[in-house]
Design a protein around this ligand. Sequence first.
Ligand code: RM4
Ligand code: MN
Length: 388
Amino acid sequence: MPDPSAVKAALQAQEIETPSWGYANSGTRFKVFAQAGVPRDPFEKLADAAQVHAVTGVAPLVSLHIPWDRVDDYAALAAHAADLGVRIGMINSNTFQDDDFKLGSVAHPDPAVRRKAVEHLLDCVDIMDATGSDSLKLWFADGTNYPGQDDIVARQDRLFEALSQIYERLGDDQRMVLEYKLFEPAFYTTDVPDWGTSYAHCLKLGPKAKVVVDTGHHAPGTNIEFIVAFLLREGKLGAFDFNSRFYADDDLMVGAADPFQLFRILHEVAKNGGFDRATGVAFMLDQCHNIEAKIPAMIRSVMNVQEATTKALLVDLPALREAQAAGDVLGAHAVLMDAYDTDVRPMLADLREEMGLGPDPVAAYRATGYAEKIAAERVGGVQAGWGA
Ligand code: RM4
Ligand code: MN
């Protein structure tokens, strides 16, 4: 079995990134339910994220979404984050909420609209400069709803041209990560629908472009761990957007729908060097908490990733390789299942105590009284939300 102190060291080194929008109001196209104490601005979102880090010790990064997190002074926002003990993570671009983007953004047939989209993406790189963020996350809602609506190949050409412009603007220590999504909001074709499309563009762009795997963005039954293993082998896995799906892009808490899938994914990460900082894989949550309390949901999600990571790190790799080499199908499977079936909660409770934290992060958060405090203090103003 792997050495428990090495497993603990790896767990302590892991950085799980939480999304600013996961602290804001969200919902479905039917209803956004407001919750008491929800942040009114990015500064308050960072304060909530800092609570998650304070009780878990492994969530020091906060992803921003522009323009949802637009502020006048990004250096001040980064300084505020540092005061709270967190850092600005990825900058997520948004080219899907402007009326001009009805027929797409970077792949739109009109060059003026494409230019507007590229301007936004360049602004996002400026924000990276100002906040110290090293990654631009690109997700495009671009696509078509009806056969014949637009030229599939021409749209790829336009997309690549825009991506190249952004790539050229990146600094030496900056990178872009390109997310794919099977469908929605486009229902017939999506311009970046799958990992292969993202990978092909990233390969052409160069080493500063990598693929994002959002666990919710696949057809049912897709073997996501295969994609992860393949991308790691090619050095092209840039980031995860973790969440759970039962049906479509449900954005539920990671590890809720299928903890075994999360384990299988993280096993590939562990086996292929993805937990090594130098590999540069970001472990981000991309979730919305529509009906559940947001900060505890984020804490639970971080714990779910941490538990699955622990199980993945506990896989006895020499024993697995030996069984695989011997063609011992059931033996190899048993090695994997032994790790998955381990109750890692006591080990994580120990680790937290070693890190000076409470053994149960949700209980530790509840004991702070923070939820009551923000509900009482954050009255007036406009609660943050999707703006959809
Ligand atoms: C998209 C995609 C992006 C996220 C937005 C809010 O479906 O997952 O990563 O930024 O939703
Ligand atoms: Mn995502």
